[in-house]
Design a protein around this ligand. Structure first.
Ligand SMILES: *Cc1c(COP(=O)(O)O)cnc(C)c1O
Length: 350
């Protein structure tokens, strides 16, 4: 029996037709599809406008730049997160200020943020980890402008409102493993037209009378055409994720782990177990039995930067195991993941 992959996008005939339409049109570079994708995503998230770019990392870098982050400025972010955040901040020659996370939600800890704000911070990047909204009210009350990182949480809600509708700006990613997939791609959304047009300006390099440092951040029509179809399917994708999560909550209850938080606005981008002891034995046993399980964060940022004092992020890193959960997972695969996880838990987890 072949292994069940940790992630797999769900693309079909509608995406194929959209790609053929773009190819037949003869227009591959940024055009009508990109404009329509921007409009539709802004509408979905409830914001005034959106600017499409080639990746989530580019979206984050440009969002910080138009908020005024410059050489030497400090930008706060959680330690337990994908290294894209660190790259975005360092691309601007800014300084990362790492903040601890709450290990039971994996999200930024607002109390720790307050403690680390003694030094002036220009912006805070707030990811909604694995599809669950962070504590935005408490974080916003700390003061610095918030950039919501919704790379893992398109469609999630906080107090009934879509994530991405709260921060000064918010960013999305359409990489192959995210809530919707366009291969690569990203978006900045917001309400202030001056910020959005600044991002739009920075996205491309040509046709300017004055020279300054620029880069090519543009999205193609091919990506946008696929992204638009995927966005239309988002609600059904979320339904399938929630349904799969429900199955895991039932069949994995009472095992040697803590189950993920259950909340109405959660979209379950990942289903992350917190094992009792170290995750490594668990991961190797699951992988040996044909289930591709992963650490949901490769390495916490404080380890890259050789910093200490992040007990929440350390706990999450040592114990977190992500098992397959995505819309393309069949009921038979879902059953097999649950059954094998249960068996490995009974044997090695206690
Ligand atoms: C994937 C991801 C990004 C970066 O998106 P890319 O499109 O891969 O550049 C940023 N933040 C978080 C939380 C992510 O998971």
């Amino acid at each position: 029996m072949s292994s069940i992959p940790h992630s797999r996008p769900l693309l079909g005939s509608a995406e194929k037709r959209a790609l053929c339409r773009v190819i037949d049109s003869g227009m591959l570079a940024e055009g009508k599809e990109v404009a329509a994708f921007e409009h539709e995503l802004a509408e979905r998230v409830g914001r005034r406008g959106a600017v499409a770019v080639h990746s989530g990392t580019a979206a984050l870098t440009l969002a910080l730049e138009v908020l005024g982050v410059r050489n030497g400025d400090r930008v706060a972010m959680p330690s337990y997160v994908c290294s894209a955040l660190l790259h975005a901040v360092q691309a601007l020659d800014a300084q990362p200020v790492l903040v601890d996370v709450n290990p039971s939600t994996f999200n930024l800890d607002p109390d720790d943020l307050r403690r680390r704000l003694r030094a002036r911070v220009k912006a805070v990047i707030v990811p909604h980890m694995f599809g669950l909204a962070a504590e935005l009210d408490a974080i916003a009350a700390c003061g610095p402008p918030v950039v919501e990182d919704c790379a893992l949480a398109l469609g999630a809600r906080y107090h009934g409102r879509p994530v991405g509708s709260f921060g000064a700006l918010a960013i999305f990613s359409f990489y192959a493993t995210k809530m919707i997939a366009a291969g690569e791609g990203g978006m900045v959304v917001g309400d202030r037209t001056s910020l959005l047009s600044h991002v739009r300006d920075l996205r491309s390099y040509d046709g300017r009378k004055r020279h300054r440092r620029r880069f090519n951040h543009k999205m193609t029509e091919l990506q946008a055409a696929v992204g638009r179809i995927q966005l239309r399917r988002l609600e059904s994708f979320i339904q399938r994720r929630r349904c799969g999560a429900e199955h895991y909550f039932e069949s994995l209850a009472g095992g040697p782990w803590e189950l993920p938080p259950q909340a109405p606005g959660h979209v379950y981008h990942r289903f992350v177990l917190r094992t009792r002891r170290s995750a490594s034995r668990f991961l190797s046993e699951l992988n040996r039995h044909g289930i591709e399980a992963r650490r949901p964060v490769f390495l916490p940022l404080h380890r890259y930067l050789d910093q200490e004092g992040f007990p929440g992020a350390e706990d999450a890193y040592r114990r977190a195991v992500s098992i397959p959960l995505y819309p393309a997972l069949t009921p038979a695969e879902l059953g097999r993941v649950a059954q094998v996880t249960r068996r490995v838990g009974d044997r090695f987890g206690r």
